[in-house]
Design a protein around this ligand. Sequence first.
Ligand SMILES: [Mg+2]
Length: 257
Amino acid sequence: MFERTKYFIIDMDGTFYLGDGLIPGADECVRRIVESGRDYFFFSNNSSHSIETVRARLEKIGFPVPREKVMLSSYVAALTVKRDYPGKTVYLLGNRNLYDVFREMEVPLVQEDADIVMLGFDTDLTYERIRKAAHMLANGAVYMATHPDMNCPTPDGYIPDTGSMIELFAASTGRYPQVLGKPMTPTVDYLTETLSCTRGELAFVGDRMETDIRIGTDHGIPSVLVLSGVTDEKTARESSIRPDLILPSMRELISYL
Ligand SMILES: [Mg+2]
């Protein structure tokens, strides 16, 4: 199944780790991917993290990686703006980590009358920011969002993620954004451009049907669902989204490498 695969694109939460612990066998699977002559990258839709916070977490659970192994929807978003709307201004709903990415990528950020409203996982969201963004959307600004996840798992339970914010703005303005993270095409383009590879050389591994698996099924790319996170076997079997493989965890992927 993975004869053509050069790069495994691995989700983190629920796939590689859960809370503060590594999922047993996931580290061994990544080592075996590398031993098999392939490579791996972690890709998270969570645009409230920085690469450094993700790296620190991986290091804490005993799997230190170099910076370039961590990819975030934040970079897909910043690069898509730069490529599709060069020079246009952005009103960004996000926390400091997301602002840092957009500044690093030299995207012009403004607080009033932006050409583009970019909705990220704004863990510092205030009513003032909601008001401003809704006003700009009503005035016809281009509308984008970093990723579609409704909820984000935390050790204390689910918290509302960007998808829930999308619904809030839809209720108020009637508008839905162009979404950029998994499962959308801009993420596939980002990966093939960054890794200088074809779509056929990628494979996705993850625990969430609507993002980690759908990005594969929508783009003709192999996908592996692991049941170590948010999806249980019954939901997987009943879903209209069909991964190429359904496995208990990454540990079982080793025998397919
Ligand atoms: Mg996940």
